[in-house]
Design a binder for this molecule. Structure first.
Ligand SMILES: O=C(O)CCC(=O)C(=O)O
Length: 313
């Protein structure tokens, strides 16, 4: 009897979960086709950004390949100096805390379940002020103009963080260290700004070019909202063979990437990796599939340009 009830409860749970998933996907599609994204596209069309040669170069590579890299100091030299100092502070503080942890002290380091190998500066539910340097990275108009032009709409800034990945004792790849597509939006652009030199031992970000929706290899375990985003490793490896790109690069390199395409990273085997990351997505995703990791302290957003204000609204 008990077993039967348990099985019944499990079935109800499965059906409820499936229904909930269907509801979320339907909300996403509705917002993408008709509601939120339509208005974001209209705003973009009325006020398209004017890109310079550097930004246009990023876009010209992003569109077919799904990624592009440049030295960040060429895009926003005035911001890079400040970020470099902030990064050094974050790395030093994190390393001190990690050492204390090793000695058995309780630490305030932020980690997320399932990705414990990674220490985050902010994680979720953080309040940021508009002068926060990492928020300013995401809000930087040179960055935002690229994101808006790539997505063809006014984007939402949905994630801002700084990550520290210590070298791992675990020889097995876990979660985002394995090939996957991000499931939360088909209009997605992430930026990863390396805060240390990254070589093979530092867990470089890796990507399979042309696998984002709309690109040549989109048919490989295609992107779906809330989809099965981790295909069988071996089968994928056979299909992508030598088409992967590993981003070993010097400190200060910024990688723009549509992570709806296959990617992985952070498998640091010998050295710690530190990077800042921001995510731009569509309003449809925020309305259904994505939770923004920050809120803005009080409302100081009046001094922002309309597209900036929209990105954090
Ligand atoms: O840490 C990395 O290099 C990969 C990150 C990742 O998979 C993601 O942000 O979706």
């Amino acid at each position: 009897m008990h077993r039967k009830r348990t099985r019944f409860a499990a079935r109800v749970h499965r059906v409820a979960t499936a229904l909930e998933r269907r509801g979320i996907v339907a909300t996403y599609e509705l917002n993408d086709r008709l509601l939120a994204n339509r208005s974001a596209r209209r705003r973009y069309t009325h006020e398209p950004p004017v890109l310079d040669e550097l930004q246009q170069g990023v876009l010209d590579q992003l569109r077919p390949e799904g990624y592009a890299t440049i030295p960040f100091s060429e895009l926003a030299p005035e911001l890079w100096g400040e970020l470099e100092q902030e990064a050094a502070r974050f790395v030093a503080e994190t390393e001190t805390e990690l050492a204390r942890e090793k000695e058995g002290s309780e630490s305030a380091l932020r980690r997320r379940e399932g990705k414990e190998f990674l220490v985050r500066k902010y994680a979720y539910d953080v309040e940021l002020s508009l002068d926060d340097p990492w928020l300013r990275l995401g809000l930087n108009t040179r960055m935002l103009d690229i994101a808006n032009a790539y997505l063809g709409m006014w984007a939402k800034l949905e994630y801002v963080d700084v990550w520290y990945t210590p070298p791992l004792e675990d020889p097995e790849r876990r979660s985002s260290q394995r090939w996957h597509r991000d499931f939360n939006d088909r209009h997605l652009l992430k930026a990863f700004l390396y805060l240390v030199d990254v070589d093979e031992e530092t867990g470089p970000f890796e990507y399979v070019p042309r696998t984002a929706p709309g690109n040549e290899l989109e048919h490989l375990w295609p992107w779906r909202p809330l989809g099965e985003n981790y295909p069988p490793e071996q089968e994928l490896a056979e299909k992508i063979a030598d088409r992967t790109v590993s981003f070993t690069a010097p400190k200060g390199t910024i990688i723009f990437c549509n992570t709806c395409g296959f990617h992985r990273g952070g498998f640091a085997t010998g050295k710690a990796r530190a990077l800042a990351t921001v995510t731009y997505s569509s309003p449809a995703s925020l309305a259904s599939l994505t939770e923004r990791n920050f809120s803005i302290q009080s409302d100081g957003s009046n001094g922002l340009r309309p597209a900036q204000r929209y990105s954090v609204s």
